[in-house]
Write a new protein. Structure first.
Length: 249
C-alpha cells in the first residue's frame, strides 16, 4: 500500500522538490518520500584526470562529514570516483573496492553509513554530477525499493541537479539552444504523440525522430523524453498549445 501511495504521489514529490528552498531541503524531501537514510549531491570538475567536487550537499551526520573532510577521503572514495566516470545508475555492490579504500569503508560504517547504496550519474553540458542514496535497510528490502522506484529517482535526480545549478549560477546559466526539429519533436511529444506518430507527422524516419529527441534530451540535461518535454515547456522553449515552426531541415 505504501509503495502505491508513493507512486501515485510522484508528481507531488517532484513539485515539493522543485519548490524546496535549497538543495539540502530537496534532499530531505526525497529521503522522507522514499524512506532513505542519507543522500548526497556532488557537482564535479575534472581537470587533467583530477576530480574536484567544489559543490557538495549531503545529509550525512556532521561527525562523518567532518571526518570525511579531515581524512581527505574524497581521494579514495570509490563511489565518487566511479560515479563521476560512469554514464548509467549503479548499485554500490557493483563497484570493486580497491585495497586503498578498505579503511575508508570500515570508518564509514563505524560512523553510521549504511551498507547499501545507489548512485545516479548526471551529465549536463560539460558538467558532471552525482546523486547518491545510502540506506541501512536489509539487503532484500533495499533491493525491492530500488527496483520499484529507480525510474522515478532518475527524474528526481535531474530536478535536484537543476536546483543545484540554479543555486550556483542563478539566471546566468544559459538556456539550452534547441534546433527547430528538436522543438517540433518535443512539441508533439508534449501532446502525447508516440515516436512513430511524430515521425509520420513530420515526415521523418523513426531513427531520425529518435535522434532529435535524444539530442534535445541531452541538451536539456534531462533523464527522459518526458522530463525533457516538461522542462522545455517550463523554459518556454516550446508551447504545446501553439503552432510549431517547420524549418524544413
Amino acid at each position: 500500500m505504501e509503495k502505491l501511495r508513493i507512486r501515485d504521489g510522484f508528481q507531488v514529490v517532484a513539485l515539493e522538490i522543485q519548490n524546496a528552498r535549497s538543495v539540502e531541503d530537496a534532499l530531505r524531501v526525497f529521503e522522507v518520500s522514499y524512506g532513505i537514510d542519507f543522500s548526497t549531491y556532488h557537482l564535479a570538475l575534472t581537470v587533467a584526470d583530477v576530480v574536484d567536487t567544489p559543490y557538495v550537499r549531503t545529509t550525512y551526520r556532521d561527525a562523518w562529514v567532518a571526518r570525511y573532510l579531515l581524512q581527505g577521503y574524497v581521494k579514495v572514495d570509490p563511489i565518487v570516483r566511479e560515479g563521476l566516470v560512469r554514464q548509467l545508475p549503479f548499485d554500490w555492490r557493483e563497484v570493486e573496492i580497491p585495497q586503498a579504500a578498505h579503511e575508508f569503508i570500515l570508518d564509514a560504517h563505524e560512523h553510521g553509513v549504511g551498507a547499501n547504496g545507489y548512485s545516479i550519474p548526471i551529465v549536463d553540458k560539460k558538467r558532471r554530477a552525482l546523486f547518491s542514496l545510502n540506506s541501512r535497510k536489509p539487503a532484500g528490502e533495499w533491493n525491492n525499493l530500488v527496483e520499484t522506484f529507480r525510474h522515478e529517482w532518475l527524474d528526481l535526480a535531474f530536478l535536484i541537479h537543476r536546483k543545484a545549478v540554479f543555486e550556483l549560477h542563478g539566471e546566468h546559466d544559459p538556456i539550452p539552444q534547441l534546433g527547430p526539429r528538436e522543438k517540433e519533436c518535443l512539441h508533439w511529444s508534449a501532446l502525447g504523440k508516440t515516436y512513430d506518430e511524430i515521425a509520420e507527422i513530420l515526415g521523418l524516419s523513426l531513427h531520425t525522430t529518435h535522434r532529435y529527441l535524444t539530442s534535445a534530451r541531452h541538451k536539456l540535461g534531462a533523464a527522459s523524453t518526458t522530463s525533457a518535454t516538461a522542462l522545455a515547456i517550463q523554459l518556454r522553449l516550446i508551447n504545446p498549445y501553439g503552432n510549431t515552426q517547420d524549418s524544413g531541415s
